[in-house]
Design a protein around this ligand. Structure first.
Ligand SMILES: O=P(O)(O)OC[C@H]1O[C@H](O)[C@H](O)[C@@H](O)[C@@H]1O
Length: 526
């Protein structure tokens, strides 16, 4: 039996707070630093590693973190989750996104259905549909092939799939598996849909309407926007649109779509990239085999998250170091910095995944907690970020823990040698330089040029960003967020904090306003 306890009631948390702080600049200098880089490393799936040499931890801190992981029963709680307990207490739901890519424990039967079999069946339906589209068996009314896929969705029905698409676009082109260009419409700003529609040939476009609830205002508005454009072009919208939703949503039984693929209430939107939500657009864009390889990478990483030994479980270790930084060292933000242009939207996806999951002030029983929880997440790909906000990261008054991601090889296989190094080497040299600069700093008599160092970072390193490594990367962060939620005793799987704004927006549109709501409405001419 697992016991759900607040962090500040755990003995190991007290011990962690009493553990001597590590002087990062000192331990990372000289041969000691070299030794840490070689040893403070955990294998991930698909040949990747999680390296935490530049984190402010040592043997004693790691020991305290291992005790905390044990006392917080992280392994047992993960098992409870994948074996189908009601982990989402707020909404009284199971949490099953890992089942979209593998069976980690017992069969989970809910609503009379084996859930793993259900997700596999949905992906099989997506596969058959995508194969028919690629083969020209499902076409537009004129019998011509669809060339473009446009996803309409927002939040979890946009960010993950979009980030994954961008991550694999160049890889698929290089490996001759690029089938259809994908575009995304998410914002209710009419300029978003208008710009996408202006950039495509609607007659050869297939629209994937994605909404788990089937009630999201932005998505339904954009659906109408697109249907309007199709009608104006003399096209039958029902021959150009598929839906991805939950079986209980208002969209599920509509005949307004060519096909419908299902996820369910046990998969949170922000955890839905490996369900039909990501499956439809990614299978259409790159072929179902590529999506299968992405799932295989995620499944392999999920298996590592079951490991009890903290030092062999990269997601759990990353999570606990994050808790140490947040709750003991008092750091409030985390930057995600992929040195990979293909991961340009990955930080945006993690913003939702992390901040919507762990941005909570009450525990899983609805009681206020007396400690800080989820950090603010932001990020941009390197080296671009270096030329914008790294100034604050190096010399600002706040210390921001950094999560670097880097690959030894690029995806396109095109490079040049300029001034004795390739662009890929320059990219990798920069991430190496940054990590050491952040950790070790630099003495200077001129305080303006002085770097204190002691700014912690970790790095995930892979050979190349492929479908498998991308899947593993996604799983790593999903599981990290889950473990942190367990430590903080939160329900990481609901998002009540987004409701109030929606309710007030409806009132504004209905002109049912007073006070500041009315005054702001006038300011914006609504
Ligand atoms: O997929 P949908 O039901 O349309 O939801 C789309 C998004 O909107 C909501 O407001 C939630 O904050 C997100 O978690 C969700 O991913």
């Amino acid at each position: 039996m697992v016991e759900w306890k607040n962090l500040d009631t755990l003995k190991a948390y007290q011990e962690l707070k009493d553990t001597e702080r590590v002087n990062l600049a000192e331990v990372m200098s000289g041969e000691n630093g070299a030794e840490r880089v070689k040893t403070y490393s955990v294998p991930m799936a698909e040949g990747m590693v999680y390296n935490y040499a530049a984190k402010a931890v040592d043997g004693k801190v790691l020991e305290a973190l291992a005790k905390l992981a044990k006392e917080a029963q992280l392994t047992e709680k993960f098992a409870a989750l994948y074996n189908g307990e009601v982990i989402n207490t707020g909404e009284k739901r199971l949490v099953l996104h890992q089942l979209t890519r593998g069976q980690l424990g017992d069969a989970v039967v809910a609503d009379g259905v084996d859930k793993r079999a259900f997700y596999v069946e949905q992906q099989k339906k997506v596969t058959e549909f995508a194969n028919k589209v690629h083969a020209g068996e499902i076409t537009n009314a004129a019998g011509e092939k669809f060339t473009t896929v446009v996803q309409i969705g927002i939040g979890g029905s946009d960010l993950g799939p979009r980030a994954m698409y961008l991550a694999l676009e160049n890889w698929a082109k290089k490996h001759d598996t690029f089938k259809m260009e994908a575009k995304f419409i998410s914002n209710v700003d009419p300029d978003d849909a208008a710009a996408v529609l202006a950039s495509i040939d609607v007659a050869h476009s297939l629209f994937v309407l994605v909404s788990k609830s089937g009630t999201t205002l932005e998505t339904l508005t954009n659906e109408s926007f697109v249907k309007d454009a199709l009608a104006k072009a003399g096209l039958d919208a029902s021959k150009h649109m598929v839906a991805v939703t939950s079986e209980t949503s208002p969209l599920a039984k509509s005949d307004a779509y060519l096909a419908a693929f299902f996820m369910d209430d046990y998969i949170g939107g922000r955890y839905s990239s490996t369900s039909a939500v990501g499956g439809a657009v990614l299978s259409l864009a790159f072929g179902p085999e590529v999506f299968d390889r992405f799932l295989a990478g995620a499944a392999a990483e999920d298996v590592l998250a079951k490991k009890e030994n903290l030092l062999e479980n990269p997601a759990m270790l990353d999570a606990l170091i994050g808790v140490y930084e947040r709750n003991v060292l008092g750091m409030g933000c985390t930057a995600v910095l992929p040195y990979s242009q293909a991961l340009s939207r990955f930080p945006a996806h993690l913003q939702q995944a992390d901040m919507e999951s762990n941005g909570k002030s009450v525990n899983r029983f609805g009681e206020p907690v007396n400690y800080v929880t989820g950090p603010v997440i932001f990020g941009e790909p390197g080296t671009n970020g270096q030329h914008s906000f790294y100034q604050l990261l190096h010399q600002g008054t706040d210390i921001v823990p950094l999560q670097f991601i880097g690959f030894k090889n690029n995806q396109c296989g095109v490079d040049v040698d300029i001034q004795d190094s390739t662009s890929q080497q320059k990219l990798c040299a920069n991430v190496v330089a940054q990590m050491v600069a952040f950790a070790c700093g630099k003495e200077d008599e001129n305080r303006n040029k002085y770097f204190a160092g002691g700014r912690p970072s970790s790095i995930i390193v892979g050979d190349q960003l492929t479908p498998e490594t991308l899947g593993a990367l996604l799983s790593h962060f999903e599981n990290k967020i889950m473990f942190q939620g367990f430590v903080w005793n939160l329900n990481s799987f609901d998002q009540e904090g987004v409701q109030l704004g929606k309710v007030l927006a409806k009132r504004v549109l209905a002109h049912d306003t007073d006070g500041a709501l009315k005054a702001y409405s006038e300011l914006l001419n609504i």
